[in-house]
Design a protein around this ligand. Structure first.
Ligand code: 5RP
Length: 262
């Protein structure tokens, strides 16, 4: 089964599999959204079923909530949990300071609230997500539907005074209709190419009326677990300044792969 997975999927899988080891019984855990986070939820489901892991999971989207319930994780709301021990989520880009762009899957608002309400945020990612400077991936900005075109125009105007290379923006679509987030909002993707000052941009965007949240996660992520297609995993921790490596035997994981891809 492992040979049927692409190198990227293998990288995502080993990163999620390693991060699942951070989760201990009794923890309240934020569960991210996206394809890498889905591997994590499946790995945690295996541990719940086979190893008796007892956790409360707080999902960051309806998609993740559904998957978490399917694999047997006890799902609660953030308000029930109040504060989380750990959140594990994917990312669209991360830089050397572990600042992130998130929201490619449209769940940035709940993802940022959940990650911020956690003692620790661990990002799971394949090597393709690492960048020197954020901005090649379009930056998602969640806006309320009321007057979204006016908000978009204001955002574009504001970008003139920001340290960015591109200023185009597009309304995210779902086929013929605007994409709608779990909170009933729209997403405007900013094609900035290069973000010179991500911290400043994140603050400025969130001050604009109509903007609910942006996909820049600054000083939120503590650890990145980086997966490679050959089974290698690199764990970078910004607090300790440490880099560790581990290698999974992908042949040995074959049974788990076939279980999890069902
Ligand atoms: C969803 C996200 C995802 O974490 C991000 O898009 C990465 O997704 P994937 O793991 O599928 O590459 O931010 O809003």
């Amino acid at each position: 089964m492992s040979s049927e997975l692409s190198p990227i999927d293998k990288a995502k899988f080993v990163s999620a599999k390693h991060a699942a080891q951070f989760v201990e019984s009794g923890m309240r855990v934020g569960l991210g959204t996206g394809s890498t986070a889905a591997w994590l939820v499946k790995c945690l489901g295996e541990k719940v079923r086979d190893e008796g892991l007892r956790i409360k999971g707080v999902p960051t989207s309806t998609r993740t909530a559904e998957l978490a319930r399917d694999v047997g994780i006890d799902v609660i709301s953030l308000d029930e949990a109040k504060w989380l021990d750990l959140t594990i989520d994917g990312a669209d880009e991360f830089d050397g300071e572990l600042n992130l762009i998130k929201g490619g899957g449209g769940a940035l608002l709940q993802e940022k609230i959940v990650a911020t309400a956690s003692d620790r945020m661990v990002v799971i990612a394949d090597i393709g997500k690492e960048v020197e400077t954020l901005g090649a991936f379009p930056l998602p900005v969640e806006v309320i539907p009321f007057g979204w075109q006016t908000t978009q125009a204001l955002v574009e105007e504001t970008l003139v005074s920001m340290d960015v290379l591109g200023r185009d923006s597009t309304l995210r679509m779902n086929g013929e209709v605007p994409f709608v987030t779990d909170e009933g909002n729209h997403i405007i993707d900013l094609h900035l190419k290069r973000i010179g000052n991500a911290r400043q941009l994140a603050l400025v965007l969130n001050q604009m009326p109509g903007v609910v949240e942006n996909g820049l996660f600054i000083d939120i992520c503590d650890t990145v677990v980086l997966g490679f297609g050959d089974g290698k995993v690199e764990i970078r921790d910004i607090t300790d300044g440490t880099v560790e490596t581990e290698r999974f035997d992908l042949q040995e994981s074959e049974n788990l792969f076939s279980d999890l891809t069902k």
